[in-house]
Write a protein that binds this ligand. Structure first.
Ligand SMILES: CC(C)Oc1ccc(CN(CCC(N)=O)C(=O)c2cnn(Cc3ccccc3)c2-c2ccc3sccc3c2)cc1
Length: 251
């Protein structure tokens, strides 16, 4: 199989040595916690709890493979229409995750970033997130970028509004506007575009996620529910990515 050709695992703790074409930025729409739980007649909260274990496993494996940026988006349509106890549980997750996992993230030289609107999060969650960001901002390993309360059309609208303001106050002339003008106003400012997008649970949609940034990305969809997504699934997606020649609009 391809991974015999491309992946030479030097040793467990060292990074994967990939001949070429490893995706530098992988974005994952983590979907399927609820269905995973329903299939087992468990409460949805059990699905989220299992989903968190998968977050930790995949962060470590991505770092081992040598992926540079990992963007994680917890897809959920009815974010705020959920039952009260589920919302309360979800809002405790980041604090618990960071309390238990931040020492590991620091040891693995991971840099934590967020994109989206953190205003809607409870103050204790914002504090935990801000602390994780400040405690890892000088790390130079994997950039772990969480999309929270994120919507791509909202992000692009905010960019247009900011550019309009620059024009209005005379610091920008419309003739100077080009693609990097827009990119510099997006929440991913400074990050390369995702090379590979993975979405779990069989949904084949973008759900208003990184619409500008995914223009040339490879997409890899799997029926697997997020709690069941494993290091092997990530390696399979990366191997298949390595196998596909990328064309960037060329022939
Ligand atoms: C730096 C980081 C720790 O900060 C964060 C601050 C706030 C959030 C909460 N959150 C944003 C609010 C919203 N719903 O948009 C979600 O994304 C959300 C919605 N469901 N699940 C469960 C789930 C768990 C696992 C997989 C999918 C969904 C999550 C979720 C997702 C990943 C992780 S990793 C630590 C917590 C957590 C929670 C997230 C991160």
């Amino acid at each position: 199989m391809l991974d015999k050709l491309f992946f030479r695992k030097k040793s467990h703790e060292q990074k994967w040595d990939l001949d070429d074409n490893i995706p530098s930025h992988v974005a994952i729409i983590m979907d399927g916690n609820g269905r995973w739980a329903r299939k087992r007649a468990l409460p949805r909260i059990a699905g989220h709890h299992e989903g968190m274990k998968t977050v930790r496993k995949i962060v470590k494996e991505a770092n081992r493979i040598g992926i540079k940026v990992l963007t994680l988006y917890a897809f959920s349509t009815e974010n705020w229409k959920r039952p009260r106890e589920e919302v309360d549980f979800l809002m405790k997750l980041p604090g618990e995750f960071l309390n238990t996992f931040l020492p590991d993230l620091i040891k693995e030289n991971v840099q934590v970033r967020i994109m989206g609107k953190k205003e809607l999060l409870p103050i204790h969650t914002v504090k935990a997130v801000d602390q994780a960001i400040s405690q890892t901002e000088n790390n130079t390993g994997l950039i772990l970028n969480f999309a929270l309360n994120y919507g791509s059309r909202d992000e692009i609208t905010a960019a247009v509004k900011a550019i309009g303001t620059d024009i209005k106050n005379g610091t920008l002339d419309p003739s100077q506007i080009n693609e990097s003008t827009i990119e510099n106003h997006l929440m991913t400012q400074g990050l390369s575009d995702p090379d590979l997008l993975i979405r779990t649970s069989g949904e084949v949609r973008l759900s208003n996620f990184m619409l500008w940034q995914l223009a040339y990305s490879e997409f890899w969809f799997t029926e697997v529910y997020w709690p069941d997504f494993s290091e092997d699934h990530l390696r399979e997606a990366v191997s298949q990515f390595a196998q596909r020649g990328r064309r960037f609009g060329g022939v």
